[in-house]
Design a protein around this ligand. Structure first.
Ligand code: BDR
Ligand code: CA
Length: 304
């Protein structure tokens, strides 16, 4: 399984849960929550902290397809992963800026169908497939964290990942790829409760300390925090890959607004026949999802 991400607090947690539940073949990084040098460094540091030095990180797009980059320091801080002081040495020099070439090499040699999870702006995914349409038929499943049917988090209309690169998001939504879209409609249902901080600490490991400190920051900054908790958007994308039965899905033909600045990045359902290959999550069993997430963290801890 391939991961494309922009860590980011929830991306970092998603990465850990993916390591426990899937065979992660590598990570490509994209600009989004922070600039791509920072999101790449963050991915590398999280992997190293849990002793997954063998999983490679490949730096991808530094900006959206056609627009200037918008980042989210108000949510993730100036490093993209504020809150925890990484004691592991930074291995930036081990991060090649070769995401497109690496994906091509991997996909062309991989005997398996392609399973892909994208938890940042869809720039890398679109840029790759626009030039290499032959791989579209090989994609068994693409899970995307992004969009929303009836709400927004960066504007009243748009979710952050789709807002940052609406051109990439729209292009991907238009393709005949088996896509599952995990948007704010479900990520705003699944709130990580404040007692999670104590549960992270109780793991009594460096991973637990990292998660505690990262999420102590995130609990103060996530714009949709509620007294009940904070959304952990990207973790639900991993959940959707491993346990699609935790979710209710609706087939839809989706488009993403690119022209009207006010509605930039808004995801809408086009009238008429639904695209049978595109499904949007409309509901999630939050109890089963969080039970699974905690069990995956415990499993990763044992593997460490
Ligand atoms: C998405 O935006 C980012 O800030 C998060 O990492 C998540 O991927 C939620 O809108
Ligand atoms: Ca993200």
């Amino acid at each position: 399984m391939y991961l494309d991400m922009d860590p980011g607090h929830d991306d970092a947690l998603a990465l850990l849960v993916a390591l426990a539940s899937l065979k992660v073949k590598g990570v490509t990084t994209v600009a989004g929550n922070q600039t791509v040098d920072k999101t790449s460094r963050n991915a590398r540091r999280v992997l190293d902290l849990v002793h997954c030095e063998n999983i490679t990180v490949h730096q991808g797009a530094a900006k959206p397809l056609f627009r200037s980059l918008v980042t989210a320091p108000h949510v993730h801080g100036s490093s993209g992963l504020d809150g925890y002081h990484f004691r592991v040495p930074a291995r930036e020099k081990d991060i090649p800026a070769d995401a497109q070439q690496w994906l091509e090499r991997e996909f062309s040699q991989d005997p398996d169908d392609i399973c892909w999870i994208a938890t940042g702006p869809l720039t890398n995914v679109a840029a790759f497939l626009i030039g290499r349409g032959e791989y579209i038929a090989r994609i068994k499943q693409l899970i995307v964290m992004g969009g929303a049917l009836n709400q927004g988090n960066i504007t009243p209309y748009a979710e952050f990942n789709y807002y940052v690169d609406p051109d990439a998001a729209h292009w991907v939504m238009m393709q005949d790829i088996p896509i599952k879209v995990v948007g704010l409609d479900v990520t705003h249902q699944a709130l990580l409760e404040p007692n999670a901080l104590a549960r992270f600490s109780a793991l009594e490991s460096e991973m637990g300390r990292m998660l505690h400190d990262l999420f102590a920051f995130y609990f103060k900054h996530e714009p949709n925090r509620r007294p009940q908790g904070v959304p952990v958007h990207d973790v639900l994308a991993v959940g959707a890959m491993v346990h699609p039965e935790f979710f209710s899905w609706q087939q839809a033909h989706l488009m993403v607004e690119r022209c009207h600045e006010r509605y930039r990045g808004q995801m809408t359902v086009m009238p008429g026949t639904a695209n049978p290959s595109t499904e949007v999550a409309v509901d999630v069993d939050t109890v089963r999802f969080f039970d699974w997430m905690w069990s995956m963290l415990a499993l990763l801890q044992r593997k460490e």
